[in-house]
Design a protein around this ligand. Sequence first.
Ligand code: AVI
Length: 321
Amino acid sequence: MLNAMSPAVPALHDDLHVPAELAASLSARQPYISPKFLYDPLGSKLFEAICELPEYYPTRTEAGIFDLYGAEIAHTVGTGSTLIDLGAGNCAKAARLFPLLQPRQYVPVDISAEFLLDAVERLRQRFRHIDMLPLGLDFSGSLALPDDVRPERRLFFYPGSSIGNFTPDEARDFLQRVHAQCGRDGGLLIGIDLAKDHAVLDAAYDDALGVTAAFNLNVLRHVNRLLDADFDIRQWRHRGFYDPAQGRVEMHLEAQSAQQVTWRGGGRRFAAGEWIHTENSYKYRESGAVGLLEEAGFAATRVWTDPQHWFAVIYARALSH
Ligand code: AVI
């Protein structure tokens, strides 16, 4: 179901299925929490702070690519599009491209509805001529857009390597769903993080200030609220590291002591040292990224990278169905 956003629309996490989904994942033999729960209002702010960290290179590197090749990118994708920003957050990345891309309609989509509404309110003051249609929805499962999203010239924008938070199979399915929404003249402008030196990745996901640790631990506060749970945050520790065998960074929370945690309708005992898996962040080779897009029905038209080859921005045209 879509939550077309207005302040009267309940926040997505009031969704009836959320407690059951969370309780089931916490009760699994290898407990996990879906990364979408990282993004409550505080989590979204902590993620913004992560993007400012010297260790967290993706945001800066991607921005550098847009700075360097913005005009060329705009020339390739064209102007006057229906710009659909998936996981828009504070909308800053798309807003920086407005002068170049000059979208007819801007459709920011984000699971963190409250945070998105605030951002769009501010953006409307700056860009009064752009029709803005914010949508608070979890697009990881299905991507059904309401009728007031213009069907013409749809340009999906999926920056920041959020695609890396899916497994490769999930990523392919997701990209196929995006492809299905592209129409005859649509496309996708996507940012994908590339494989690199492991030490760079370890530092990016376990920074010296502990901002990523706070971001990860905050998911337990969110779970406490959603599930009336009693996780004691001080009893958990952040783990973030690159696993070369899987080609991904993993984030986990490690129990610092044996403990019983209860939640609405259930609970479980965690042993000292037990982990809750909270996120994967896959890193691709350029050829792998292009292959993934092609398997989903796109033609990877252009690839732009930074001089170190750490990050790729790819424009992929949707081939006809
Ligand atoms: C949103 N996503 C692309 C980030 C990433 O790098 O996988 C989330 C993140 N997790 C820890 N730091 C940043």
